[in-house]
Ligand binder design. Sequence first.
Ligand SMILES: NC(=O)c1ccc[n+]([C@@H]2O[C@H](COP(=O)([O-])OP(=O)(O)OC[C@H]3O[C@@H](n4cnc5c(N)ncnc54)[C@H](O)[C@@H]3O)[C@@H](O)[C@H]2O)c1
Length: 294
Amino acid sequence: MQVNSIAVIGAGIMGRGIAHVAALGGYRTILEDILPAALRKAESEIRGNLEKAVELGKVERAAADAAFGRLEYASSVEQAARDADLVIEAVPEEMESKIEIFTLLDKICRPGAILATNTSSLSITEISSVTYRAPRCVGMHFFNPVHKMKLLEIVRGLETSDETIAAAVALGQRMGKETVVIREAPGFITSRINAMIGNEAFYMLQEGIASAADIDKALKLGLNHPMGPFEMADLVGLDTRLHILEYLHKALGEKYRPAPLLVQYVKAGRLGRKSGRGVYDYAGQGASAKTQAQ
Ligand SMILES: NC(=O)c1ccc[n+]([C@@H]2O[C@H](COP(=O)([O-])OP(=O)(O)OC[C@H]3O[C@@H](n4cnc5c(N)ncnc54)[C@H](O)[C@@H]3O)[C@@H](O)[C@H]2O)c1
């Protein structure tokens, strides 16, 4: 099926990145959020990231201007999604929220429209079961930061059709992504492994084996990981990471039990870069600066 227009629901870390690559890929794109402040932040971040890409010579001036011209912002799901060929949901990682959005999207979207979710771990089959279009529901798992990360993990639910998978692959390619198509399983490929590494790091920190900075340093310099597990957790958001672990724990068993220290950080509101403090402290510093906050 031909996709020309995309709606993105949720303008947080991921939604704004997806809107950026969609508009740059040539799609008419509408980004929606329930919070007006999130939309304003998204607009300025997309503008900033695209301008920076132009300065660095990664994107042509004309391509960036054309992308700005294809982007719109909306404050209601109805307004954003009613005419879209494909909708990508990027609201928080909670099954109830995903189900609420998919129930609404199924009612308001055109019958042929594809409904995608950017969930990092949850069941596409369960999310799509509340619609009358399960064959046109799919997981499209982008990575953070979306405009830089190469991979798009495409997840096939029980009823997802081959046509829908083909449309998702084509879309990913037009957005400049490499794709892998996988059969649904909790946490897919990437979140399952990443959550395990990050959780183990929290257990080590809790046990006092080493400082967060040294655990990060060890994985970067000893195992050649581009980021340490705590730098990664702060980037992802500790609340998002906890939701994923809770789901993996329920679905796959004891080895995914969230580390108590991670649970405590989330209870304290230390959610990572987005709240100014997670494992590290980002308050009052440049985006790349951090100090350990314990
Ligand atoms: N953060 C990551 O690194 C990452 C990576 C891959 C996938 N994901 C997945 O992407 C999804 C979004 O994560 P995020 O990190 O962008 O979260 P986030 O908290 O940064 O953003 C979520 C946004 O959704 C908005 N929202 C909440 N309810 C809404 C509703 N009913 N309608 C419209 N907007 C609503 C919020 O106001 C917020 O702006 C989650 O499923 C997450 O698991 C996250």
